[in-house]
Design a protein around this ligand. Structure first.
Ligand SMILES: [Zn+2]
Length: 317
């Protein structure tokens, strides 16, 4: 069994190392836990807090990084909990405050770019290239409500997509979505040949014990499937159904937002999804479903930005 080295941190077989890791060329520093298993096996990367106000996954990662014992592992686990500590502390949605960029839109990053681009580059070089699988734990943001679901990469090599999809099917949630993106953190890993998932659970700037436990159960079951945790899988109540096509609705002009549906609600083609009005109550735009489907997430704040995200829904086969 070999020691595990990530950036400047090394853990010996059976050892756990926990420390802050500086991101080269930036003021950022992130909490990292390395677990080097006592026996050979896969290396799994698990991160949370790409978006600093998405709490259930962050707390699940913090707890599992404390609780799991590397002496019991066949393989390695690398945790980052959370990645975007600046956004987390400042309670800022979506972005890394230093340069105002969304880490989930800048992959593969740039060694000589802005803070967020340098962070993405470091994740690719130091983390993704050493991982056999990557789980990225998200939630709805501070202003978003969502129904739990999972994305798997759709633009990577087909074998990477298929290995990712196979693991997505193990999760205890209702829906899975094939991603058409390339610039997100998990898609950045998939582009380097590392199968990956982005899991969504919880939102609105809240976190509950139930959500954290559900997250921990899904993560442990993935680790068991990959052979890193030796115990038997915990039973699940369902398997995700694949969304045939996802729709992402954005406002034109912003203003006041009045949604007419909830996350997880089934919708019918032609149904009113919500209306944007001005400060005098005059309608700016109304939005209708283009297909039968289910609401994956929506903005629940009264305020909506110009071109801001309103609702995402998925068409079911
Ligand atoms: Zn997110």
């Amino acid at each position: 069994m070999q020691p595990l080295t990530i950036a400047s941190i090394t853990a010996q077989p059976g050892e756990k190392k926990q420390q802050m890791l500086d991101v080269r060329g930036t003021a950022l520093s992130m909490p990292v836990t390395l677990m080097c298993g006592a026996k050979e096996g896969k290396t799994v990367l698990i991160s949370a807090g790409v978006h600093g106000a998405e709490y259930p996954g962050i707390q699940a990662a913090i707890e599992l990084a404390q609780e799991l014992d590397p002496k019991e592992l066949c393989g390695n686990i690398v945790w980052i909990h959370p990645i975007n500590t600046q956004g987390f502390k400042a309670r800022v949605c979506s972005i890394v405050p230093e340069d105002g960029k969304n880490l989930n839109r800048v992959f593969p990053g740039d060694e000589n770019g802005s803070t967020t681009e340098r962070l993405a580059y470091m994740l690719c070089q130091e983390f993704y290239k050493k991982a056999d699988f990557y789980l990225d734990l998200h939630s709805g943001d501070m202003h978003e409500e969502l129904h739990p679901y999972v994305y798997f990469p759709g633009k990577a090599e087909e074998s990477v997509t298929e290995r990712s999809r196979a693991v997505a099917q193990l999760l205890d949630m209702d829906y899975m979505v094939r991603s058409g993106g390339v610039s997100e953190a998990y898609n950045g890993a998939a582009a380097l040949g590392c199968p990956s998932l982005l899991i969504e659970r919880g939102g609105r700037g809240l976190w509950s014990r139930d959500e954290v436990e559900a997250y921990k159960k899904d993560v442990r079951n993935v680790l068991r499937h990959l052979g890193v945790l030796p115990s038997a899988p915990e039973p699940v109540s369902r398997h995700p159904r694949e969304i045939a096509k996802a729709y992402y609705l954005n406002a034109g002009e912003g203003g006041c937002w009045y949604p007419q549906v909830k996350a997880g609600e089934k919708i019918a083609k032609g149904q009113l999804l919500g209306t944007v009005k001005d400060y005098f109550g005059k309608e700016i735009d109304s939005f209708y479903a283009e297909a039968d489907g289910v609401v994956l997430y929506l903005t629940v704040s009264l305020a909506i930005k110009d071109k801001g995200s309103l609702i995402a829904y998925g068409e079911l086969d």
